[in-house]
Write a protein that binds this ligand. Structure first.
Ligand SMILES: *Cc1c(COP(=O)(O)O)cnc(C)c1O
Length: 364
């Protein structure tokens, strides 16, 4: 009998593990410091509003039962809130859960998946997991999408295109006019995913893909989440909007009861209290404006910040600045050789970031 372990699929063997943003406690342990702050995962700085906490606590009392697999009530409430038919909506375990479902639904081994890079780190992971073929196009010099290059990279047998707008980590966004002219150049057999995890922080002038794009393009799926603006990252609830037949196919890949009862209760409570959540989003936007202004006034050149973070294009200085910030208790997200992404936190956290950055790096 051999003592060899079972071999994972080659696609899994070659996969990098998903690297979550470092937590404050880990940074404190690594550097022997206290009082570290985490600005590394684009989380909401505030705990969920009281009404959501109460709804989750009430739902916990029923946790001996399986939740509604289809989360019917959530779909209906989302439909009413967004002004679309509930058959055009599906929900998943976070929008990364939905992204995985989209890959399971559409991507076979060898299929081409196209996305601009740098973008969200799960895109290459899921592509490789399915044995798909990664086709990427570079961002422009000002850290936004090059839609001509992207359209040129898409062929009739491209299965999927992924566009995060606002983009993670650069924060730059596409308008629905830009999206529509890009889509006019793409086959209707190619699924185009518009990943709007940061939609709530986007200037409304960019338009709303759910209303401006989806009705005219049945190959488009818009994904959104309750993790960022609504402050529910720990509960895992995302949703997608698209053509009802596409949505029905995606639904088949939801593993049983993936969207748990607490997440369902929280989402409904969040929609019920959307004005209170909007007010919090406005506070984050005001803080973002303050941070961007402070950085630009001291000489930093930043891309347009349309999400709940700022991106410092530090190039070769990235790792050094990241580590200097972290040693002083400010944990950000580095992309080696490119830049760091810094989440907009509370007012005090943002002050701490600005003061610490001024002490470790010359603007650039
Ligand atoms: C944070 C993020 C998500 C998703 O989050 P969930 O918590 O899984 O809903 C999706 N896309 C992008 C680009 C993100 O940055």
């Amino acid at each position: 009998m051999s003592s060899e372990l079972p071999a994972p699929r080659p696609a899994v063997d070659g996969l990098p593990a998903y690297r979550p943003g470092k937590g404050a406690a880990q940074a404190e342990a690594e550097h022997g410091i206290t009082d570290a702050i985490k600005l590394a995962s684009n989380e909401n700085p505030d705990p969920p509003i009281a009404a959501i906490q109460a709804a989750v606590a009430a739902a916990a009392a029923g946790a001996n039962r399986y939740a509604d697999h289809r989360a019917t009530a959530v779909r209906e409430r989302l439909g009413g809130w967004l002004g679309v038919d509930p058959t055009t909506i599906t929900v998943g375990a976070g929008s990364v859960g939905l992204l995985q479902q989209l890959f399971l639904t559409f991507v076979d081994p060898g299929d081409a998946v196209v996305y601009p890079w740098r973008s969200f780190e799960v895109y290459p992971v899921y592509t490789r997991l399915m044995g798909g073929r990664e086709v990427t196009t570079p961002l422009t010099a000002d850290h936004t999408f090059d839609l001509d290059a992207l359209a040129a990279a898409v062929t009739d047998d491209t299965r999927m295109v992924l566009l995060a707008t606002p983009n993670n980590p650069t924060g730059t966004a596409l308008s629905t006019d830009q999206l529509r002219s890009f889509l006019a150049r793409v086959s209707s057999r190619t699924v185009v995913v518009i990943d709007e995890a940061y939609r709530e922080f986007l200037d409304p002038a960019f338009g709303d893909p759910v209303h401006d794009v989806v009705p005219a393009f049945p190959n488009v799926v818009v994904t959104r989440t309750f993790s960022k603006a609504h402050g529910l990252a720990g509960l895992r609830l995302g949703y997608a909007v698209g053509h009802p037949d596409v949505i029905a196919s995606i639904d088949k890949t939801l593993f049983p009861f993936a969207v748990n009862a607490l997440a369902q209760a929280a989402a409904i409570a969040a929609i019920d209290a959307i004005d209170e959540i909007d007010a919090r989003v406005q506070r984050i936007l005001a803080e973002r404006a303050r941070v961007v202004t402070a950085l630009r006034e001291t000489g930093w050149r930043l891309p347009d910040a349309q999400a709940n973070f700022v991106y410092l294009p530090l190039g070769a200085r990235t790792d050094e600045v990241y580590l200097d910030l972290e040693r002083r208790g400010v944990v950000t997200r580095p992309f080696t050789g490119e830049g760091i992404r810094v989440t907009i936190g509370s007012e005090a956290e943002n002050d701490r970031f600005l003061a610490t950055l001024a002490g470790v790096a010359e603007p650039g």
